[in-house]
Design a protein around this ligand. Structure first.
Ligand SMILES: *[C@@H]1O[C@H](CO)[C@@H](O)[C@H](O)[C@H]1NC(C)=O
Ligand SMILES: *[C@@H]1O[C@H](CO)[C@@H](O)[C@H](O)[C@H]1NC(C)=O
Ligand SMILES: *[C@@H]1O[C@H](CO)[C@@H](O)[C@H](O)[C@H]1NC(C)=O
Ligand SMILES: *[C@@H]1O[C@H](CO)[C@@H](O)[C@H](O)[C@H]1NC(C)=O
Ligand SMILES: *[C@@H]1O[C@H](CO)[C@@H](O)[C@H](O)[C@H]1NC(C)=O
Ligand SMILES: *[C@@H]1O[C@H](CO)[C@@H](O)[C@H](O)[C@H]1NC(C)=O
Ligand SMILES: *[C@@H]1O[C@H](CO)[C@@H](O)[C@H](O)[C@H]1NC(C)=O
Ligand SMILES: [Ca+2]
Length: 521
């Protein structure tokens, strides 16, 4: 213990003498934002501030979340551990009440111990407090989430306060925008994406720093994974308007750094926690739910600014990246008696130079969203193939309360009830009932429509992906590693030989291809 502390003190002194200027990190996290930006070839949704950030960043074209659900993803971002390893199996707020395990060493915890200042403004949505301690904390825990997460003027005020308190320590500031999360389920008066909140119309209030941008539904480009209907287009137009508030908020926050004279000392990371709240998006691990925008702006690698990276990266890479930025090591410790190893890697080398090898696979892991929505999935995504394991495949895929009430989902329900053309690549039945294994050739079939898992030609591909996925589940101490065909025994007789013991008669699904054929309508 004593030696440990001396190490930290030595490190801090050393740090300050070697680097005369403190080096900081700013994380800008959108809530359910996707690729609605020119940076990612959307020509309609205007994001001038993100575009500007991109011009001083490396733009990641192959970034993925570890899980497409809010609290689980935020826990993975802040711990570097997948949700099944850090314990945040579902949403943290209200009745759901999920929390990470008490002994998890999160990024704010590690930084605070190393003498780095930590701050959070906006949506936190993880707990318990002692696992995720931020020194400066302005979150939904003691503010209205609309104010601290969507009112960019209100948020800017707190960033200003954080940056102007005469503290010269290097810092991590994590800004959790609540935009462009849906809001029709809790605040229908503000529109399906809270696109009217603060727009200056009667009863909506004003957000002084926001100039709302509205869109014509005729111009909307419907992504392949959403039904092409008028109602869906209106829903997407509302999402775009809310993205204008996120985009302007990002511009404001960066401006605050500049005014405080720390912009050129700060690593800026922009991404999203999960996929967009549309069918196949949030709570799914299809690419529509798993792929994320990601920009990283490093003041030390200006020669890479504006360039794109094709490295396959994951949000669990953020912890090793930030630790390396601050020159810190991840500690050696155990969780639930098992050694904890980070499976993510620092992205700093990519900010310096595009890698010529490696960075060819990412993993994802989902268990719940709301407490009632048990649907465990494990995924390996490589460049050509993607494997999805739907562990409890006989259950219908669950729908969350927020998405259920959305115009887009109501439209799918209504069209199904009235036996109308859905203008969608799936039927509700094929969406709800999924086979145990889904294998896609992403290069030939980027929309993930043709499942190859039960095609004999792909038996070797399937087998090798299953082995890789299983190894990752093993390294990350996944309690679900044996499911659904077996039971994991890891204590008593099995203490030194953790094993999957078979459940006879239930090991492999009997697959009826006709049930799962996805009809392109
Ligand atoms: C919220 O809590 C933090 C400490 O946890 C405190 O510094 C801050 O002033 C509080 N804000 C409000 C509005 O109560
Ligand atoms: C910071 O320091 C300056 C100069 O010493 C002083 O004028 C100012 O009031 C201080 N601000 C705070 C928030 O302590
Ligand atoms: C946003 O915050 C500012 C500053 O606190 C406040 O004046 C304004 O009324 C807020 N807007 C809304 C819509 O609540
Ligand atoms: C279905 O989509 C096509 C374009 O792909 C469009 O022309 C048509 O109007 C849509 N039908 C409905 C019912 O929205
Ligand atoms: C449901 O579908 C019917 C028949 O197409 C249509 O008349 C009605 O407006 C739809 N309702 C909603 C809420 O979309
Ligand atoms: C995990 O891997 C270790 C080392 O290869 C092996 O001994 C152990 O049985 C594996 N655990 C499971 C549950 O497969
Ligand atoms: C059930 O398990 C037994 C023992 O493994 C096996 O012989 C039998 O074929 C299985 N039956 C079915 C329907 O899978
Ligand atoms: Ca979210």
């Amino acid at each position: 213990m004593f030696l440990h502390n001396v190490g930290i003190i030595f490190f801090v002194l050393n740090y300050v003498t070697v680097h005369c200027k403190p080096k900081n990190v700013l994380v800008l996290l959108g809530d359910d934002v996707g690729f609605e930006s020119q940076i990612y070839d959307n020509k309609i949704c205007k994001t001038p501030n993100l575009n500007k950030l991109a011009s001083r960043s490396v733009v990641f074209n192959q970034a993925y979340t570890s899980v497409s659900s809010c609290s689980p993803s935020r826990s993975a971002i802040l711990t570097g551990l997948p949700q099944h390893q850090n314990g945040m199996y579902g949403l943290h707020h209200s009745v759901h009440h999920f929390n990470s395990f008490d002994d998890v060493r999160s990024l704010p915890y590690l930084l605070q111990k190393a003498g780095i200042r930590t701050g959070i403004i906006g949506k936190k949505h993880v707990g318990p407090e002692y696992v995720y301690p931020f020194e400066f904390s302005q979150t939904e825990e003691n503010h209205s989430i609309l104010q601290i997460g969507r009112n960019i003027t209100y948020m800017r005020h707190y960033l200003h306060k954080f940056l102007h308190n005469n503290d010269s320590r290097p810092f991590l500031m994590y800004i959790g925008f609540h935009d462009p999360h849906r809001c029709g389920h809790v605040h229908p008066e503000f529109g399906s994406f809270c696109e009217k909140f603060g727009n200056g119309e009667p009863g909506m209030g004003v957000i002084p720093d926001w100039k709302p941008v509205s869109y014509n539904t005729d111009d909307i480009l419907v992504p392949y994974f959403i039904q092409n209907t008028e109602i869906a287009k209106q829903d997407i137009a509302a999402q775009y308007t809310t993205i204008s508030r996120l985009d302007q908020g990002i511009g404001l926050m960066i401006k605050e750094l500049e005014l405080a004279g720390v912009l050129d000392d700060t690593l800026i990371i922009y991404s999203s926690d999960n996929g967009i709240p549309f069918p196949n998006g949030r709570t799914n691990l299809y690419d529509a739910g798993m792929a994320e925008p990601m920009l990283i702006s490093s003041p030390s690698d200006t020669h890479r600014w504006g360039q794109k990276s094709e490295a396959m990266v994951n949000l669990v890479d953020i912890v090793p990246t930030v630790l390396e930025w601050f020159g810190l090591d991840y500690p050696t410790y155990k969780l639930n008696k098992q050694i904890v190893k980070l499976t993510g890697k620092s992205l700093l080398p990519i900010l310096h130079e595009e890698p010529t090898s490696g960075w060819n696979s990412v993993y994802a892991s989902h268990d719940l969203h709301e407490v009632t929505m048990y649907y465990p999935m494990r995924v390996l995504r490589k460049r050509q193939y993607k494997l999805i394991h739907n562990i409890n495949y006989k259950m219908p895929f669950p729908i969350d309360q927020d998405f259920y009430l959305s115009p887009t989902f109501q439209d799918l329900l209504n069209r199904t009830r009235h036996k109308k053309n859905l203008n969608w690549t799936k039927s509700l039945k094929s969406y709800y009932y999924r086979p145990q294994w889904e294998l896609y050739n992403i290069i030939n079939d980027p929309q993930e429509l043709k499942n190859l898992a039960y095609n004999k030609q792909f038996i070797d591909v399937l087998r090798s992906l299953k082995v890789e996925l299983n190894q990752w589940q093993n390294i990350t101490n996944d309690p679900w590693i044996c499911a659904p065909g077996g039971v994991l025994e890891a204590s008593g007789t099995y203490k030194y030989t953790p094993s999957c013991l078979p459940l006879d008669n239930d090991t492999e699904e009997q697959y009826d291809e006709s049930e799962y054929t996805i009809s392109v309508v």
